[in-house]
Ligand binder design. Structure first.
Ligand code: AMP
Length: 438
């Protein structure tokens, strides 16, 4: 027997198939509309970059860079086809897009643009994590970044306002917004040392990961979800008590600005975020119905990142929404949008009716309706059955009677209500139904 291999999507990747893809498109469309109304503009970025860009910005000690990147040796562009890879040309699939956005900002001299540079991106990211519900190796983010000379708390608050407005518009309302300030280069180093010293005292009671992080990145210990570490962490010194005056004022300003916008939040002193580049404001949104992977957005301020990558002094703040998890949460809540879908199934019978069917299908498509036109003749019963199974709202019946009288029979499939209409009445009827649905 000829055994054929059954191919499957690679572990941690998946297909987004219809009808879910319509939900994804609607989600992304709503993000575009919302962000553009705040004067953000889209940046389309490459999927892969030099590995060292991520190592420098995200941080070589982070899990993302040290163990989760898909990295491979590229042939240098000057080498002949088939020549071995030059190990100096390591490239990685992007694990996040802030680094690429900064690279592009510098490369295109965007600091010379007037006002703040407000960018958003939409696309897949890649991290070699252990797959589980809400955690994939190829996942999707929608992110936004504001770059410029100011670190006014109003900028942070507006970014958060835009984020929460977007979540409201997509019906992701069972959420909690957490905020924190993790200080800046003036006050954080002393706090990190204090934390390290306190952690050393309790080292024996911590798990292997936290023990390692005492050396590499003590702030990350605060992220720990390990049950027996929680009581220990609760007693550690808190950054809020160690902020310098400027950071304290900035954080107070953020809270005033959020209140001005009517945005509810909770403070969470343990919210440090995993990436090295954050300063001052950090925030995260969690949603219900997701189990342990319940963060749907993470963000924060990253003053200094552009400089770190060789650009001019620039302040920045941004966030990344996890699309996969956000959509999972919307689906679990059952709060799904009514998307238009298939409006009309053209049920033509007899070759006499066919030219009329082709013509009206085009007319309706031009008018903005989704139309299915069967390519082969079928019996009436079969046509209506198929229209029903495809989820069409209407069957447009065209037989010899209709051709002779220049009319169409429009049958609403939900209640079998049926009308004979001429072309302009037909379009009017469909348009008014669309208006009622919107
Ligand atoms: P981060 O870039 O780690 O701050 O992640 C921002 C958001 O992206 C998170 O809050 C998640 O919603 C989402 N996210 C991160 N990693 C994954 C993953 N492996 N699978 C699915 N979503 C993810």
């Amino acid at each position: 027997m000829n055994e054929r291999k059954q191919f499957r999507a690679i572990k941690g990747t998946r297909d987004i198939t219809p009808p879910d893809s319509a939900l994804w498109n609607w989600f992304e469309r709503t993000a575009r509309d919302t962000f553009e109304s705040f004067n953000f503009r889209e940046i389309r970025l490459p999927i892969f970059e030099e590995t060292s860009l991520f190592a420098r910005s995200v941080g070589g000690e982070t899990d993302i860079v040290s163990k989760e990147m898909y990295t491979f040796a590229d042939r240098s562009s000057s080498a002949a086809e088939g020549a071995p890879a030059d190990p100096g040309d390591l490239i990685s699939l992007r694990p996040e897009a802030t680094a690429s956005t900064m690279r592009a900002y510098i490369e295109h001299g965007m600091h010379a643009l007037p006002g703040n540079v407000k960018l958003y991106y939409i696309g897949p990211m890649f991290r070699r994590e252990r797959p589980q519900k809400g955690r994939y190796r190829q996942f999707y983010q929608i992110g936004a970044e504001v770059l410029g000379q100011s670190d006014a708390p109003a900028i942070d608050a507006e970014v958060i306002e835009m984020l929460m407005l977007f979540f409201q518009r997509v019906g992701l309302t069972r959420t909690t917004l957490y905020i924190n300030s993790i200080g800046d280069k003036n006050c954080r180093p002393a706090y990190v040392e204090l934390l390290r010293a306190e952690l050393q005292k309790v080292k024996d009671q911590l798990g292997a990961d936290s023990q390692r992080r005492i050396e590499t990145n003590p702030l990350r210990v605060l992220d720990s979800k390990i049950p027996h570490e929680q009581d220990i962490i609760a007693k550690l010194p808190r950054i809020a008590d160690h902020l310098c005056d400027a950071c304290k004022e900035n954080y107070a300003g953020l809270k005033r600005e959020l209140a001005l916008r009517g945005i509810a939040y909770e403070e969470n002193w343990r919210l440090v975020r995993g990436l090295d580049y954050y300063t001052r404001t950090t925030f995260e949104v969690i949603a219900e119905g997701l189990g342990s992977q319940n963060a749907v957005c993470g963000g924060g301020r990253y003053d200094g990142l552009v400089e770190l990558l060789g650009g001019p002094p620039t302040k920045g703040i941004g966030f990344a929404i996890g699309t996969d998890r956000s959509i999972l949460s919307i689906q679990e809540s059952g709060n799904l949008p009514q998307l238009p879908g298939l409006a009309v199934f053209v049920a033509w019978m007899g070759m006499d009716a066919y030219p009329t069917a082709v013509k009206i299908a085009r007319t309706l498509r031009d008018a903005g309706f989704d139309v299915e036109l069967p390519g082969e003749e079928m019996k009436f019963k079969k046509l209506l059955n198929l229209a029903d199974r495809l989820g069409a709202r209407y069957a447009l019946i065209i037989g010899s009677d209709e051709v002779a009288s220049g009319t169409f029979t429009l049958k609403r499939l939900a209640d079998a209500d049926q009308k004979k209409l001429n072309e302009s009445e037909l379009i009017e009827t469909l348009k008014s139904e669309r208006g009622n649905r919107a």
